[in-house]
Design a protein around this ligand. Structure first.
Ligand SMILES: NC(=O)c1ccc[n+]([C@@H]2O[C@H](COP(=O)([O-])OP(=O)(O)OC[C@H]3O[C@@H](n4cnc5c(N)ncnc54)[C@H](O)[C@@H]3O)[C@@H](O)[C@H]2O)c1
Length: 323
């Protein structure tokens, strides 16, 4: 039995990760989360009834709060972040505070508390855009948005604690995720909830931007495997192997929901919009990590979840912020 400190555990991926840990281990989990607009106590229901789960409301950039909570844990899984690219264009300061300062504080306090292993959860967006081919973990970082720049910086901060302070750090860089409980300002839930509400889906530019889509449960299994079995000081790309243009994603959603293309509305592209993300997976292949879910059935499952859980997302639509 291990004790795992999960920052950002009330968010989309963090809460799925807690679900995964409870279902696959006898570990005890402390969720440390500031419960920002994106962190929802209801994401952890009914998990909070499980005696193996504790929620501590705290801010990763507040050293005293982190210090008061992190002691006695074997692993830290650091997912807390400001995560929405559009918001980073409107208000970058909070991204630097949470993603950069917060990562430094959690690494430093983890080290002082004698944590055995630190999983730093990052994104393929740190590599920037690539027209053909795919980025490996050794490629340089060329982030485009304040979000991806703050994540790239946080990766370097976490790795510096490995090099300079001997903290046992592993870093993951996952591709774009989708699944239940994703905040309704992100592309797939934004499109689903807009369509349910009778609106048209806003597609940036001409809709040819490409993303590699990864079902959140596959990502959580991969994070767990890297956390337990990854090599110290090493970065692991985690891909979905489901490259789709944004228009292909919309078409698949319209198909799932029995709607036609008259519901698409092209809107002005956002500045610095990366054209395509793609990553290689030699390192995760070597750990026998591979996604198990095909895109279309996982998308159908996701659509079904949003149709069945309007009480979860309807109150959140007033908090949605896009450029
Ligand atoms: N969503 C994706 O497609 C994707 C892809 C690759 C990597 N990631 C990374 O995975 C992690 C989780 O992403 P997500 O999509 O679940 O994000 P999310 O926005 O749904 O959740 C973020 C969580 O962090 C918490 N948080 C924010 N600021 C905090 C602070 N100062 N102190 C403590 N907690 C704070 C929020 O309350 C929330 O629970 C992030 O680090 C993100 O960069 C996300």
């Amino acid at each position: 039995m291990a004790r795992i400190f999960v920052t950002g555990g009330a968010g989309f991926i963090g809460s799925a990760f807690v679900r995964h840990l409870l279902a696959t281990s006898d570990d005890h989990i402390t969720v440390f989360d500031a419960l920002t607009y994106a962190g929802r106590r209801e994401n952890l229901e009914p998990l909070l009834d499980d005696p193996r789960v504790t929620l501590i409301v705290g801010d990763v950039a507040n050293r005293d709060e982190v210090r008061g909570a992190i002691g006695g844990h074997d692993y830290v899984a650091h997912l807390a972040a400001e995560s929405h690219v559009d918001r980073s264009l409107l208000d970058p300061d909070v991204f630097i505070r949470t993603n950069c300062v917060g990562t430094n504080v959690v690494c430093d306090e983890a080290n002082q508390a004698g944590v055995q292993r630190f999983l730093h959860v990052s994104t393929d967006e740190v590599y920037g855009s690539i027209t053909t081919g795919a980025f490996s973990e050794q490629d340089p970082l060329t982030p485009s948005s304040p979000y991806s720049a703050s994540k790239a910086s946080s990766d370097l901060i976490a790795l510096s604690h490995h090099t300079s302070n001997n903290l046992d750090v592993v870093v993951t860089r996952s591709s774009n995720q989708f699944g239940p409980r994703q905040f309704p300002e992100k592309l797939i839930p934004l499109f689903i909830t807009t369509l349910v509400g009778g609106g048209n889906v806003p597609v940036y530019g001409d809709g040819t931007n490409v993303r590699d889509w990864l079902f959140v449960e596959d990502n959580c299994a991969a994070l767990d495997a890297v956390m337990r079995n990854g090599e110290t000081g090493t970065i692991y790309n985690i891909a979905g192997h489901n490259e789709r243009t944004n228009l292909e994603v919309v078409d698949a959603l319209l198909d799932c929901m029995g709607l036609d293309r008259s519901r698409i509305e092209f809107v002005q592209d956002r500045p610095g919009h990366d054209y395509r993300y793609a990553i290689t997976t030699t390192r995760t292949n070597n750990l026998n990590i591979a996604p198990t879910r095909a895109f279309e059935p996982a998308l159908e499952q996701t659509v079904r979840w949003y149709l069945d859980n309007k009480q979860w997302w309807a109150p959140l639509t007033t908090l949605v912020r896009n450029r």
